[in-house]
Design a protein around this ligand. Sequence first.
Ligand code: PLP
Length: 383
Amino acid sequence: MTRMDKLVYLDNAATTKMKKNVLDSMIPFMTDAFYNPSASYEKAKETKKKIETAREQIAKVINAKPEEIYFTSGGSESDNWALKGIAFSNYEKGKHIITSAIEHPAILSTTRWLKDQGFDITYLNVNKDGIINIEELEKSIRPDTTLISIMSANNEIGSIQPLKEIGAIARQHKIPFHTDAVQAFGHIKIDVSKMKIDLLSASGHKIYGPKGVGILYVKSGIKMESLVHGGEQENGRRAGTYNVPGIIGMGTAASMALERLNNSSEEEIRDYFIKRILEDIPLSKLNGGTKFRLPNNINARFDSVDAEALLVMLGQRGICASAGSACTAGNTEPSHVLSAIGLTSKEANNSIRLTISDETTKKDVDYAVKVIKECVGRLRGRT
Ligand SMILES: *Cc1c(COP(=O)(O)O)cnc(C)c1O
């Protein structure tokens, strides 16, 4: 990157830049208000109160009750807890779990582990837009099914699942419904009551909040095993001294996200970005559909261009993007998500993901498209 190039961060699905308001709200809890919220003196009680405010701020985003929000160390822990907690508490009833083929590794690695523990897993296929088939879901339900876990929105192609329809079917069959909403929480409207969601994972650092903090929403009355045994925090269901600054920061980030939900221009910028790519760059295609897609997600492929080489070149010009998910970066296997929507491994390896933030401008997009076009041209010229 030369001194003249500007930096355009287009990897907001991997992590987001923390907002200043979020940081400001956290600092007191790393300095003067350092108390352990579980202690009994007044100062500690004040801190505990702030934790309860954060719980309310987060619950409001998904129309849950504050007491249904459990703090965790992030999306991966929430996903692990939801799956293992439900699977083992229903061990006697059955060992069948339904999920999808395009889940995040935090789900897929956990289901693989559960399979080794004797559980039976069904992976639902998706169509070319990355959406599951509701009839296929209903057909895959068995008397021994104890959990349905389908992500709200995909981290690679941004596809949004029909949550309300999934929730209706799960409730009708009295099967708990978990959704990995790490990409969706605070980015699209989710109502756990209307959508009949029983468990939901979210993470602070995907909504301009801090890293290392997340939540699992667990509907009142849901039976599940604890993941971390120890003290009495979180009703004894998730022990460990509170990550106070992280929790306060996630609360602030959640209330800011709720405000943005009603007046965001992200979708317009996304559509402009897609249009510019398809118009300006020869032999380029959009991966996934346009109708049910996260407002910040673009995933495109460029014929005969190696995505890894393109990303290195873009990085040198100040454009931060990624291929597939960050969790599999460096891996030469084609993305399981792009394979699931029907791309050949060649097409998958021609693909990059560009995820915008609420601060990305049309000017940033114009610059990015210009640079991508130049790099794509150079890489094609080499072969
Ligand atoms: C980022 C992400 C996770 C993991 O969340 P962490 O807080 O980073 O552990 C899980 N699922 C999805 C869909 C994600 O995008």
